[in-house]
Design a binder for this molecule. Structure first.
Ligand code: SF4
Length: 354
């Protein structure tokens, strides 16, 4: 097996999520679910999740589960998240509600695989956030596999099933070689790998590689009504993804301290100002604590937010901003770099294969 960091890919597909545009609608999560995880053993699998922050996330308390690399560059095997911590996979009394002839008297009720009422789910603490009225705050954080440059999952896999594709840097797995050791799940610090107990294989986001190969953006990005998901080649200097990450430096990796060098980047959320007791606006203090954002996105978050604010002021003063025009994405195709073809292209290919 080739160590994860020994043969860097020639190209790298990357994504940027602008958190200022995410409204937590879950279109990305559902689009992914409908496309990829509707089979046996996949009920609890949501390769794309969007959680309220601050919050416990999916799987529950994933930020404390460990994984990634230690200071000496060794892979750390962290906790193994259970299906229950991912939120299980609920069943509903659809037969009774829709076909039982009980009209309005019964309602959809979720149950776990054991037939009990659930006490956790992929979005259990949605919109709770933190802080006290009138200074409560929260924002949404969509997450997929980061297709890391140093994928701890690949390095930890004992069967060589996981690999980083040299042509575009996507982290994929050969399910025929997977023996279900689940070490990848322990090593991934983002806890973005799921275990299929029916098929005895691990599974994770594949960045919709069959779509990318046809020049079509991943389902999560293509279905996002907020137009917040950019997809492109990180090494192409003209690509908005490259410019947001490397030129304007407003897109940052999540928990870079895990050491895996993620290739999903986030434009951090701007925050309203705090209100004082008399409800006047304190223009010196942001409602989302900057220290909290730094704990997620690193020290570069302060300069990134300062850049965004400067550009907003420039536009408000009647000027123009290449950065804000890029983030606004007036035309949807500008989000997707070389992956701006219509999804119907993929459908056409699928028809040919039938
Ligand atoms: Fe591997 Fe986790 Fe990084 Fe994805 S996010 S490449 S599963 S370490």
């Amino acid at each position: 097996m080739t160590a994860a960091h020994e043969s860097p890919p020639r190209r790298q597909v990357a994504m940027v999520f602008d958190l200022n545009k995410c409204m937590g609608c879950q279109s990305c999560s559902v689009a992914c679910k409908m496309l990829w995880t509707r089979g046996p053993g996949e009920a609890h699998q949501w390769w794309c999740t969007t959680n309220t922050m601050p919050g416990r996330g999916t799987p529950r308390d994933w930020e404390q589960m460990g994984g990634g690399y230690d200071g000496d560059g060794n892979v750390v095997l962290g906790a193994l998240p259970s299906a229950e911590e991912f939120g299980g996979g609920w069943g509903f009394n659809k037969e009774e509600v829709f076909y039982g002839g009980k009209g309005q008297s019964v309602h959809l009720t979720p149950t776990t695989a054991e037939g009990t009422p659930p006490n956790w789910g992929p979005n259990w603490d949605e919109d709770q956030g933190a802080g006290e009225f009138p200074n409560a705050y929260y924002f949404y954080l969509p997450r997929i596999c980061n297709h890391c440059t140093r994928p701890a999952c690949v390095e930890a896999c004992p069967s060589g099933a996981m690999y980083k594709r040299p042509t575009d840097g996507i982290v994929l797995r050969d399910e025929d070689r997977c023996r279900g050791s689940r070490r990848c799940m322990q090593a991934c610090p983002y806890k973005k790998i799921y275990f299929n107990h029916v098929r005895n294989v691990a599974q994770h986001c594949n960045l919709c590689f069959p779509r990318l190969e046809q020049g079509v953006a991943p389902a999560c990005a293509r279905n996002c009504p907020g137009r917040l998901m950019f997809v492109g080649m990180l090494d192409d200097k003209r690509d908005p993804v490259h410019r947001l990450v490397h030129e304007w430096k407003v897109a940052l990796p999540l928990h870079a301290e895990f050491g895996t060098e993620p290739n999903v980047f986030y434009v951090p959320p701007l925050s309203p100002y705090r209100l004082r007791e008399d409800r006047s606006i304190d223009t010196e203090t942001m409602r989302i604590p900057p220290a909290y954002l730094e704990s997620l996105f690193g020290p570069g978050v302060h300069e990134a937010l300062a850049t965004l604010r400067r550009e907003i002021e420039r536009m408000r003063a009647g000027g123009s901003s290449d950065l804000l025009d890029t983030l606004i994405a007036y035309q949807w195709k500008t989000l997707f770099g070389p992956f701006d073809k219509e999804p119907a292209v993929v459908d056409a290919v699928r028809e040919e294969l039938r």
